[in-house]
Design a protein. Structure first.
Length: 642
């Protein structure tokens, strides 16, 4: 705890000279009044949009920048304007419009050849999908952004990528790995002086400490986040920190301590137009009043929170609101009212947990055609109506019982609510099992293939024109295995292959399988990648370096590696019914295997096809030809270095 407090003091001293956003905005506005319609005016519009924490104002100036950029043909300004407009729409919970703006930003950046710029909107698309609960898409975009930022050395955005990716470790119930990644991002943010990201990092680290039940450290992190937010005048940061501290006290049943912080968060959320946070704060205030048995105030705030949640379509908060109203009515002895709220709770809970509904929402987002889905919505509503028929029958029976005996009705409703709790527990178990099953499936299949398999029950094999295949094999495997016990041998293979997995993941390479001591992977599928050959060679160099260092450390108790690489086309798909596996076939794979077989210990042997794709990025040594069956003579090259 003392170390954390010392960190707060040190960071405060570095923040003392940090400028206020409002002063910057005022200065820009004064310049704007005398600036003619040119690129400078576009840049000022964009800077104001990026600087303000009032989202409607940010959107207004971003759209001014878009209009002027298109009028004068300033494409670089338009790319930035669409990105900042997308950010404002995202924070206003207008997710469809946000996606549209981010995609336009990427298209313009690609058109003018500024590939590095696309990392920003790609990262932001990931944020949108994450807020919609589509983690696989969110992670896919986050990794694309990280790859670009690693290549360009953009530390500012790399820190933000790491911050976002750390959140996925929390979602996968791996808080220790999340903390490690957050601290990695924090080191970069401190180095470059990105106090905005430091503010959010402390907030997220606090949430992670809560998961670990390390309460003092969680509170210190939230307090640090609030301190930075106040210093840089970030209203969003202050709002989030007040909400976090209030929720922190509420989690420990200290509701009198929670309320002042929640009540500070509310007017800020309203001021900046953050409807998502506003709804969350209102509900938390209502729940706190309910726990303090101040039921009249609780009902007012929960109803306000519900209204906001309905306005923006926040299903999770709608479910929470109806559940809370049901509990309050039960406490007040209003059993019929409690049952009505409980019925609504069940109805919206079904919508929230429906996988089919999630897929429909994602498809709608990608097509940007929400207005065309009315028929689907009606069909979905009909399904919900059918699901609630039994509940309505039960309601009629309860109303009949009310005529006879209030006591009997109360007793019966208590049984209903107990049954509800049992159902909720079973649903939670089912949800965890489904998530676990999905994670296992994604561990053996690419994301697109896994989704197709879950949706259709089958996945068709596909042809991919431009991929690069990586084969590795351990030299003298039998000799080394004789020096190790069976368990030591398996442990050493696991250590090596685990390291290979981590390396190829950095380069968006898909692992296919291991065959004994051989390792097979491919880049360029299921998503195409114009740098497939370069990515694989970079990964091979890292794998070679890893094995070289491990050999120095362990000597004869580990292996020497041979690596072969070839580029071309393959067919990929699922084979088998029981214990099915994703595999690749074709002459390209066979040639990659021949490259590996004709390589040498500690060497990376590539085909002429791969050489033609990477010769400008790597130093290669021509080493002659081999006679391949049915293919004639094949030229080979050793990759020496990048």
């Amino acid at each position: 705890m003392k170390k954390l407090l010392l960190l707060i003091v040190l960071l405060l001293s570095t923040l003392s000279g940090y400028g206020q956003h409002q002063h910057k905005i005022d200065s820009l506005l004064s310049v704007l009044a005398t600036t003619k319609d040119d690129t400078n005016k576009v840049n000022i519009f964009n800077k104001i949009s990026e600087s303000t924490s009032e989202y409607q104002l940010a959107l207004h100036y971003a759209e001014q920048a878009i209009s002027l950029s298109e009028k004068i043909g300033f494409k670089r300004g338009a790319a930035l304007a669409y990105k900042t407009a997308g950010n404002a729409q995202r924070k206003l919970s207008n997710n469809l419009k946000a996606l549209e703006y981010f995609q336009k930003s990427i298209a313009i950046a690609d058109e003018i050849g500024d590939h590095n710029f696309t990392a920003g909107p790609l990262h932001n698309i990931g944020l949108v999908y994450n807020s919609l609960g589509n983690r696989s898409e969110a992670l896919r975009y986050a990794l694309q952004a990280k790859k670009i930022n690693l290549a360009s050395g953009n530390k500012n955005w790399l820190a933000r990528n790491l911050t976002f990716i750390a959140g996925f470790y929390n979602a996968l119930e791996n808080p220790q790995e999340a903390l490690t990644t957050y601290h990695e991002a924090m080191a970069i943010s401190k180095e470059i002086g990105d106090y905005n990201n430091l503010m959010y990092l402390n907030y997220n680290i606090g949430l992670t400490y809560q998961v670990l039940r390390r309460w003092p450290e969680a509170l210190a992190s939230f307090t640090m986040s609030l301190t930075i937010a106040e210093k840089i005048n970030s209203k969003q940061g202050m709002c989030s920190a007040y909400l976090a501290i209030g929720s922190h006290y509420a989690m420990q049943d200290q509701f009198n301590d929670a309320l002042p912080y929640l009540q500070k968060a509310l007017p800020i959320a309203e001021e900046i137009g953050d409807k998502f946070t506003e709804g969350q704060v209102l509900l938390n205030i209502g729940i706190s009043f309910e726990k303090l048995k101040r039921y009249a105030e609780a009902i007012v705030y929960v109803n306000k929170g519900l209204a906001v949640a309905k306005e923006i379509g926040d299903l999770e908060r709608i479910v929470t609101g109806y559940n809370e109203l049901s509990d309050i009515a039960m406490m007040l002895g209003k059993y019929k009212e409690a049952y009505e709220y409980h019925k609504l709770f069940i109805q919206f809970k079904d919508s929230l947990t429906s996988q089919g509904n999630d897929r429909k929402l994602t498809t709608t987002l990608l097509n940007y055609g929400f207005e065309k889905t009315q028929d689907s919505i009606k069909a979905e509503q009909a399904r919900k109506d059918a699901l609630t028929m039994k509940e309505m029958d039960m309601q009629k029976r309860i109303q009949t019982l009310l005529i006879g005996s209030f006591t009997v009705v109360a007793f019966f409703l208590i049984l209903v609510f107990r049954q509800r709790n049992n159902i909720n527990k079973e649903k939670k178990i089912s949800e965890k099992e489904r998530e676990r099953s999905d994670n296992l499936l994604l561990n053996i299949l690419p994301t697109d293939v896994a989704e197709e398999l879950k949706t259709k029950g089958t996945a068709k094999a596909k042809h991919f024109d431009n991929v690069t295949v990586l084969f590795t094999d351990f030299k003298s495997f039998t000799t080394v295995s004789e020096q190790l016990s069976p368990q030591e041998l398996v442990d050493e293979l696991h250590a090596c292959f685990k390291a290979f997995d981590e390396i190829i993941t950095k380069y968006t390479i898909e692992k296919i399988k291991t065959i004994g001591d051989a390792y097979l992977a491919v880049c360029g599928l299921p998503l195409s990648d114009e740098k497939h050959a370069e990515n694989v060679v970079n990964a091979a160099l890292e794998i070679r370096e890893y094995m070289k260092n491990r050999r120095k450390e362990l000597g004869e108790k580990t292996f020497e590696i041979r690596i072969g690489i070839n580029s071309g086309s393959v067919v990929a798909g699922i084979v088998g019914v029981k214990k099915f596996a994703y595999d690749i076939w074709g002459d390209t794979v066979n040639t990659a295997a021949r490259m590996e077989q004709n390589s040498e210990a500690g060497k990376i042997n590539i085909s002429e096809t791969t050489y033609s794709l990477v010769k400008d990025q790597f130093t290669c040594e021509y080493r002659g030809e081999i006679d391949a069956k049915n293919k004639g003579m094949l030229k080979m090259y050793f990759v020496e270095k990048a």
